[in-house]
Ligand binder design. Structure first.
Ligand code: NAI
Ligand code: MG
Length: 369
């Protein structure tokens, strides 16, 4: 039997509370289906700083690099507001992304039928919504040089950020988007601003060429990113996979996420390049939400974002498609049964805590086997 290595970084605040519910599912899959998951757990964020003065230790970083996949909870909290900048909790997350070269950030926006009323849009616009935003994560304006504030000496200063994309960066993110589209509805919409940005012109050219070269079976459309934002709130169901740069992807994925309800529902995946010998991609899976210090330690956090992140892990790191589908179906069924944590509570529903929600999803996951 093959082993599948998972490195768990629960982090701070509600991170460990949500991760505990995933561990139950992993344990069940190991005993019931001999899934062969081998887990190890490390420290990240404020809890890592308390233990060894850095947001992630070199030893834990090495374990993250070696694992088939990393599951990440959340980091941060007021307790660490005054730690040195290099050791602040987010530094752990940034180091993981950088050292593992996680250039592709996958943010699904799925509207569970039971929650369509919680959307900021009319239910009929979001019912059945299932889109995937693929955001470039390691390039673009957040990293381009020069990046500085210059003193112009006349009482004025100049802030500079630079949008930089090289061909290979666009090719590899486009490749991820096209490959994912093939496993879904086979459509990609690429978004940039080629009308006003040189990097947008190149983005458009390279996506077009990559499509022609290797992925001509996938339907490709292009949209200017501002128009794309408009279409996302006007008629979101027209999209399948959206591929875009770091900055536009940051904004568009946040917009898309609010079509689906609560922060407590949103999973994400970050993927690296395939290994030259094994073909396996480095990968990290994490909820979109933070450590929620306002509710941490009270057993009321919604674990669904973390559990749905594990479903993405099953799908993208282990190709366990049936199990991923079954876990997502279990989440949908539990919501249909009217079982809710406080953040997604609705009239007539039954309010439960983190553990009960995790137990209900695991029970449904078993029942669907
Ligand atoms: P947050 O996502 O932690 O919380 C925002 C609001 O949503 C809070 O009211 C919280 O109670 C609620 N919420 C979030 N997740 C929930 C869940 N699973 N169930 C129920 N309610 C949930 O964002 P906030 O408050 O801006 O940041 C808190 C801390 O988390 C800060 O230290 C911040 O730096 C950090 N953070 C970490 C992230 C990460 O680890 N990836 C991402 C965002 C923030
Ligand atoms: Mg954002």
């Amino acid at each position: 039997m093959s082993t599948r290595t998972l490195f768990l970084l629960p982090g701070d605040g509600i991170g460990p509370e949500a991760m505990a519910e995933v561990v139950k599912i992993i344990d069940h899959m190991n005993t019931d289906a001999a899934a062969g998951f081998v887990t190890d757990t490390g420290l990240v964020g404020g809890s890592a700083y308390d233990a060894h003065g850095a947001a992630i230790s070199d030893a834990d970083m090495a374990k993250a690099m070696a694992a088939d996949a990393v599951l990440f909870g959340a980091v941060g909290g007021p307790k660490w507001d005054d730690v040195p900048y290099e050791a602040r909790p987010e530094a752990g997350l940034l180091r993981l992304r950088k050292d593992m070269q996680l250039f592709a950030n996958l943010r699904p926006a799925i509207c569970y039928p039971a929650l369509s009323a919680a959307s900021s849009l009319k239910p009929e616009l979001v019912e059945g919504l299932d889109i995937l935003i693929v955001r470039e994560l390691t390039g673009g304006v957040y990293f381009g040089e020069p990046k500085e504030i210059i003193d112009l000496g006349n009482g004025q200063k100049r802030g500079i950020d630079t949008q930089v994309y090289d061909t290979y960066e666009i090719e590899r993110i486009a490749g991820v988007a096209f490959e994912l589209a093939r496993t879904r509805s086979n459509r990609v919409c690429s978004m940039e601003k080629r009308n006003v940005m040189k990097s947008g012109v190149l983005w458009n050219q390279v996506v077009t060429a990559t499509h022609k070269d290797k992925y001509s079976d996938v339907q490709l459309d292009h949209m200017l990113a501002d128009a794309g934002g408009m279409q996302l709130v006007r008629q979101p169901k027209q999209f399948d996979v959206i591929v875009t740069d770091n900055l536009f992807g940051d904004m568009l994925s946040d917009v898309a996420s609010m079509l689906t309800g609560s922060l407590g529902m949103l999973p994400s995946a970050s993927l690296g390049a395939p290994d030259a010998t094994t073909g396996k991609r480095k990968a990290m899976y994490e909820p979109v939400h933070g450590s929620a210090p306002d509710i941490a330690g009270r057993g009321i956090a919604n674990p669904i974002a973390m559990i749905a992140s594990f479903a993405m892990c099953l799908r993208y790191s282990f190709n366990m498609i049936a199990e991923a589908n079954r876990l997502e179906k279990a989440i949908a069924n539990v919501l249909d049964q009217g079982i809710r944590t406080g953040d997604i509570m609705a009239p007539g529903a039954r309010q439960v805590g983190t553990t009960e929600m995790g137990d209900a999803i695991l029970a449904e996951f078993k029942a669907l086997a």
